[in-house]
Design a protein around this ligand. Structure first.
Ligand code: SAH
Length: 216
């Protein structure tokens, strides 16, 4: 019974994404492949495929599936791409990206979250996704340039260190705006001359905070 219930949940999940305007087949396939229930706390498994954010450890959140799909679609990830994610959280977005890209490097400021995410990715065999503990505002200069960068915590200003690690022609998607107020999902494209900016949809993310977390 439990299995049947879950599969219904997953079918509705994909249908809901399509109904909300996610049409990219590769993105839908990746969202279908990654078992979201592995990325949520065990007591929230029943809500794993519901279209809302859920709490994870360290006071953070796993993003709403629609927002993950939408950001991934706007990133236009190709199989040759190397992708940087800032804000590993549960590892779910990294897992989805790993199904689309050649390589994913994801940075998390909480060691606890990074260790949990790394374990999940390993269990699922997503060997092309790597989790680093550190300050994502610094990016991963030794691994740059990246074809795509996605930031999954809200920045108050565009982080220059990250745009500097974007390849020419590269795309970065990030939530931009005040930590307490309304934020806008922004798509930046690196051109030979500079950065093109496109404002996408209003969103609500946890804050992007400088430095590694001091854990209690
Ligand atoms: N992408 C995640 C959602 C993460 S929530 C998922 O799929 O589950 C945002 C995460 O960004 C939190 O875990 C938070 O700790 C992390 N974060 C915030 N500021 C950061 C920084 N400067 N460097 C790295 N991670 C950061």
């Amino acid at each position: 019974m439990a299995e049947a219930d879950e599969s219904v949940g997953r079918m509705e999940f994909l249908l809901a994404l399509r109904q909300r305007g996610i049409f990219d087949q590769a993105v839908l396939r990746a969202m279908d492949q990654v078992p979201r229930e592995h990325f949520v706390d065990p007591h929230l498994t029943e809500q794993a495929y519901a279209d809302h954010a859920l709490p994870i450890a360290c006071g953070q959140t796993i993003s709403q599936p629609y927002v993950v799909a939408y950001m991934t679609e706007r990133l236009a990830v190709r199989p040759s791409h190397r992708v940087l994610e800032v804000g590993t959280g549960s590892g779910y977005q990294a897992a989805v990206l790993s199904r689309l890209a050649r390589e994913v490097v994801s940075i998390e400021r909480y060691r606890t979250l990074a260790d949990l995410a790394r374990g999940r990715l390993k269990t699922l065999g997503y060997d092309n996704a790597e989790v680093l503990v550190g300050d994502g505002l610094v990016g991963a200069p030794a691994r740059a340039p990246f074809d795509r960068i996605v930031v999954t915590a809200a920045a108050e200003t565009i982080p220059d260190a990250l745009t500097g690690q974007l390849a020419v022609g590269g795309i970065m998607v990030l939530p931009l705006g005040p930590h307490a107020g309304s934020q806008m999902l922004v798509k930046l494209t690196r051109t030979a001359e500079g950065l093109d900016r496109e404002d996408l949809i209003p969103v609500r993310f946890v804050p992007l905070l400088a430095g590694r977390a001091r854990e209690l």
